[in-house]
Ligand binder design. Structure first.
Ligand code: URA
Length: 434
């Protein structure tokens, strides 16, 4: 077999065999296929797609690239959550400790920022000392002890995704149903989850903007997950504008902490609780999603969910001092205010543009393995439906880079204004089950 043949076959729209896919994935992990050929192959997949058998083969090869964890001796149904990626999406930071409070073990294997979207691992690593690389024993011990752990792909577990994900991020090859499905489901199978709640996003800031394509992605993920023996369900959520008020690593940790203390913004809490309710039902703790949501509320108001987050941060080596006293965080940046040019209403806030500006503040990557600036990002003071006055601050930019005025102008172009009152967008647009 040779890579040029396999790339050309996919370029010509032909299906690849299980062996050809396994050969490419194996070559990726062993560094036997150079990055430029892997990138060409990924682009051919983006453009020509894969059938169900190829997606399954790709997922299986990625799982086989590393070890699979066995969590069967941890009692209970282990449930994870994964999002297809958005701007300001800090739901996982809230959900893992929150759902663990209800006695549901949450083994979470998360990703880094991809394209214009943020990543849970980058957010957690903005906490000084936080380790997202735990060995298997530590991961399992932590879940047994506090009910949740959040780690990244390791050299042992789905190393293929680690390599492919980083390459996709910098080669314009993220927006692909087969690649997203194989990436997400390989990690979920390898981490040993029994059930999975997916947040599949559509709209301007999602990898697949169209509602129709996103529904197809959700159906493919749900079928693939169930086919791999993971009970999988999905919520379709709108990502036209950023979720919550903050985008950027430390800024999002701070917002997640507020949410865990019962003070999260309504849109963030709506998505978090919808997924949390689903997770509790899938774990057999609640008869319906709504009953699950009602079980979760007291953990937020009592401070239990916040305490569980502190336990997670402490066990993963993070400095809980900065969580408890955020003003002691040493990487704080002085914000640059972006002012409204008009008096009226925010008619829209383009999540893709906002996400790209966020990357340019230093919060995300333009090149593979680039370091992110933990304190950089944006706080959106005004979002769709809010009234604004001319000159009022609509967003604060946090950046150490010199191009504040250019970023400010670009962020302003992400906003649309109207002199008429505007509706807040509907966030949850249905669920997909097997
Ligand atoms: N999340 C992942 O883990 N992989 C993708 O490809 C997209 C979102």
């Amino acid at each position: 077999m040779n890579s040029v043949e396999i790339i050309s076959r996919k370029r010509d729209g032909l299906a690849l065999s299980e062996e050809q896919i396994a050969w490419m994935v194996d070559g990726t992990v062993r560094n036997a296929v150079p990055d430029y050929q892997i990138s060409a192959w990924l682009m051919a997949i983006v453009l020509k797609g894969m059938n169900d058998a190829e997606i399954l083969a790709m997922t299986r090869s990625m799982i086989a690239s590393g070890r699979t964890l066995d969590l069967s001796f941890i009692p209970g149904i282990k449930v994870d959550k994964h999002s297809t990626g958005g701007v300001g999406d800090k739901v996982s930071l809230i959900l893992a400790p929150l759902v663990a409070c209800a006695g549901v073990p949450v083994p979470m294997m998360a990703g880094r920022g991809l394209g214009h979207t943020g990543g849970t691992l980058d957010k957690l690593e903005s906490i000084p000392g936080f380790r997202t690389r735990l060995c298997e024993t530590e991961f399992v011990r932590q879940i047994s002890k506090i009910g949740c752990a959040i780690i990244g792909q390791t050299d042992d577990i789905v190393p293929a995704d680690k390599k492919l994900y980083a390459l996709r991020d910098v080669t314009g090859t993220v927006s692909s149903i087969p690649l997203i499905c194989a990436s997400i489901m390989s990690k979920k199978k390898a981490e040993g989850a029994d059930a999975l709640a997916l947040d599949v996003k559509f709209g301007k800031g999602a990898f697949l903007p169209s509602r129709e394509k996103t529904a197809e992605l959700a159906r493919t993920l749900v079928a693939l997950g169930n086919g791999l023996g993971i009970r999988t369900e999905a919520v379709l959520t709108h990502m036209d504008q950023p979720l919550g008020l903050a985008a950027g690593n430390w800024l999002e940790v701070r917002e997640a902490v507020e949410a865990l203390r019962g003070g999260g913004p309504p849109d963030l809490m709506e998505v978090t609780l919808a997924l949390g309710g689903m997770m509790l039902r899938m774990a057999g703790k609640a008869a319906t999603n709504q009953a699950g949501i009602e079980m979760l509320h007291p953990f937020l108001s009592s401070g239990k969910a916040y305490d569980r987050f502190l336990a997670l941060v402490r066990m993963q080596g993070g400095d809980i001092g900065v969580i408890e006293n955020p003003e002691t965080y040493t990487r704080q940046i002085v914000p640059h205010a972006v002012a409204s040019p008009v008096t009226g209403y925010v008619a829209g806030l383009d999540a893709m543009e906002a996400g790209l500006v966020c990357v340019l503040t230093g919060a995300g990557r333009m090149k593979q393995d680039e370091a992110v600036d933990p304190g950089a990002g944006i706080v959106f003071r005004k979002k769709t439906g809010d009234a604004v006055r001319k000159g009022e601050t609509i967003a604060d930019l946090y950046t150490n880079r010199g191009e504040k005025h250019m970023l400010s102008d670009r962020l302003l172009r992400a906003y649309r204004f109207s002199d008429q009152p505007c509706m807040k967008p509907v966030l949850i647009d249905g669920t997909v089950q097997a």
